[in-house]
Design a binder for this molecule. Structure first.
Ligand SMILES: Nc1ncnc2c1ncn2[C@@H]1O[C@H](COP(=O)(O)OP(=O)(O)OP(=O)(O)O)[C@@H](O)[C@H]1O
Ligand SMILES: [Mg+2]
Length: 283
């Protein structure tokens, strides 16, 4: 939809704290390490977590004297946010600014856009330009509520809810614009663990049912691991650990399992191998 051949991946969910920035950063690093030219855009204007994650990464690289080959850092341009007093003018400026911003990533194979946990104009725009949408969610009925309305008495799914309606609109916008190919939507179950196993099983069953009705693919996400918080402050991802020049002190067996989880998640996205790098597989 971008009018560029870059494959646009949106990481979004209106629910705050579901793992969007963590997933976006791991995707960026996985794609960069696989040899793809990867761009990043941070649409979370308030928290700017992805920008801060990347700043931490740049600081780590400088402090440890690492080259880009050892610690790839994606291209990041400022989000085209407008704080014009007129809402309408702000929307118009952001729409034009977003198109311009996309052009800056025209030479990238992939662009990963981290969205805020809220329904903003920029987030809606980005969703309508997605080739792939990745939605991390916690295995809870609170998160499920943003995907579907459920009858509180019977537990029956009544229809789509806030966030799935946004994805539906994005699909409509894309179809009306005559862009070939639909939006692939992946819902990723994050923070998988043994806690509340019964509840999670029920959420899982409901998600399976919902995936067919509103058109998403359900995938396993990342396990519950405290290391993610520590990695943010260092600007690193699990995929960096043990790479040349990166300390291995964090590379334990459990992190090897975690790395595999991330690789499985990325393989499940079924991303295209780009023409220029057709020999590479995205996994
Ligand atoms: N699988 C996981 N295991 C443990 N902690 C996690 C996991 N995924 C994310 N976290 C932690 O949960 C917190 C929220 O994650 P993150 O910032 O990625 O969510 P978000 O959806 O981007 O939040 P926001 O909506 O505020 O932007 C962070 O501290 C992160 O380190
Ligand atoms: Mg975030």
């Amino acid at each position: 939809m971008a009018g560029i051949s870059t494959h646009v991946i949106i990481v979004g969910n209106e629910k705050g704290g579901s793992g969007k920035t963590t997933a976006a950063m791991h995707l960026i690093v996985a794609l960069s390490r696989a040899g793809f030219k990867t761009g990043a855009m941070d649409l979370d204007i308030r928290q700017k977590s992805l920008s801060r994650y990347l700043e931490n990464r740049a600081k780590w690289a400088i402090k440890h004297d690492l080259e880009l080959e050892s610690l790839p850092i994606p291209q990041l341009f400022p989000a085209p946010f407008s704080n014009d007093d007129s809402r309408q003018r702000a929307f118009t400026l952001e729409t034009a600014g977003f198109q311009e911003a996309l052009q800056k990533y025209a030479t990238c194979d992939f662009l990963v856009i981290d969205c805020p946990g809220a329904n903003t104009h920029l987030s809606r725009l980005a969703h309508a330009h997605a080739d792939t949408i990745v939605t991390p969610m916690n295995d809870s009925f609170v998160d499920f509520d943003l995907l579907a309305k459920v009858d509180p008495d019977t537990g029956e799914i009544l229809g789509p809810s806030l966030y799935s309606e946004m994805v539906w609109e994005a699909r409509q916008t894309r179809a009306k614009a005559g862009v070939m190919g639909g939006i692939q939507w992946i819902v990723m179950r994050n923070r998988i663990g043994a806690a509340n196993a019964h509840n999670k099983k029920r959420v899982g069953e409901k998600l399976e049912n919902l995936s067919k009705r509103i058109g998403f693919t359900l995938t396993r996400g990342f396990g519950e691991r405290v290391v993610y918080r520590e990695l943010f402050t260092m600007g690193l991802t699990l995929l960096d650990l043990g790479a040349p020049g990166i300390p291995t002190r964090l590379s334990s067996m459990s992190h090897l399992t975690a790395k595999q989880e991330i690789r499985n998640f990325i393989a499940a996205l079924n991303l295209p191998a780009k023409a220029e790098t057709a020999d590479k597989r995205v996994a």
